[in-house]
Design a protein around this ligand. Structure first.
Ligand code: GDP
Ligand code: MG
Length: 247
């Protein structure tokens, strides 16, 4: 019997017209859906333009030689982010699927996760040969500071802010800043140009988050995501380490 994740049994799995994976999605005929237990599902959320797609692309480039990865992107009406990641060839194109949410981004990652869960499970099933998928990245459509992922969709989540969005944002708090497993303050290279005080952003964020990790990044080149890639690698190791030996 393949391992089965009962945490998802209550999810509404109906497939709604226009809300499913995009036209470029690989053929899934014959794929049996189940959750490989070792796969770590990572949500990447945050406001529009903060650098989520750039971070996802950089993580794929930094980790793809060591880890088997797949990506699900969310846009409201298009598959723009998935197209950009495919064009950048960060992974083979059959490892990237877009979900057109057709609704507010937070709805699709928090309240009605069916379309996203469907896309995640199908991608993982398609690539389960060999050791299976190690990491599934789910990029949210850009949203406000309250938008966090349901734990039914992802195991851990990263919230991405950027200096150009205003250095008062960490102080404003909200679930994304306070509760994400990792907070990334991106575009530190732009801080001097937009009058943002990065040290203040980091200390405000830390006071909101207690011991929760905060990383400052500049993603103008891929190596800028190395600290985030190291964090993801630690999460993968922790997940695999917590599984039973025969898991
Ligand atoms: N200067 C600078 N630009 C960045 C950085 N990260 C992302 N960008 C740019 O910011 C824009 C929005 O990034 P994107 O990843 O699409 O944001 P998303 O909407 O959160 O997915 C793009 O033009 C990126 O090239 C960064 O660290 N520094
Ligand atoms: Mg994006």
């Amino acid at each position: 019997m393949p391992p089965h994740d009962t945490a998802h049994d209550g999810a509404d799995r109906h497939h709604r017209h226009g809300h499913g994976p995009d036209a470029h999605a690989p053929s899934l005929a014959g794929a049996t859906l189940h959750r490989p237990r070792r796969t770590l599902r990572v949500g990447v959320g945050g406001p529009v333009g903060s650098g989520k797609t750039t971070l996802v692309g950089s993580l794929c480039a930094l980790l793809r030689d060591r880890l088997s990865m797949v990506v699900v992107t969310n846009d409201i009406f298009t598959s723009e982010d998935a197209d950009a990641l495919r064009a950048a060839a960060v992974l083979a194109s059959d490892r990237i699927v877009a979900v057109e949410t057709g609704c507010c981004p937070h709805t699709a990652i928090r309240d009605d996760i069916a379309a996203n869960l469907d896309a995640v499970e199908r991608l993982e099933a398609l690539h389960r040969d060999g050791r299976g998928v190690d990491v599934t990245l789910v990029e949210s459509g850009g949203d406000n500071l309250t938008a966090i992922f349901s734990r039914g969709l992802v195991d851990v989540q990263i919230f991405v802010l950027d200096t150009a969005g205003g250095d008062d944002v960490p102080r404003k708090g909200g679930p994304g800043v306070a509760m994400a497993d990792l907070l990334v303050v991106n575009k530190v290279d732009l801080a001097p140009h937009v009058g943002a005080d990065v040290d203040r952003m980091l200390s405000d964020a830390r006071s909101r988050r207690g011991d929760g990790p905060v990383l400052a990044t500049s993603l103008v080149d891929r190596s800028g995501a190395q600290a985030v890639a190291d964090w993801v690698t630690e999460q993968v190791a922790a997940r695999v380490g917590s599984l039973p030996v025969d898991g």
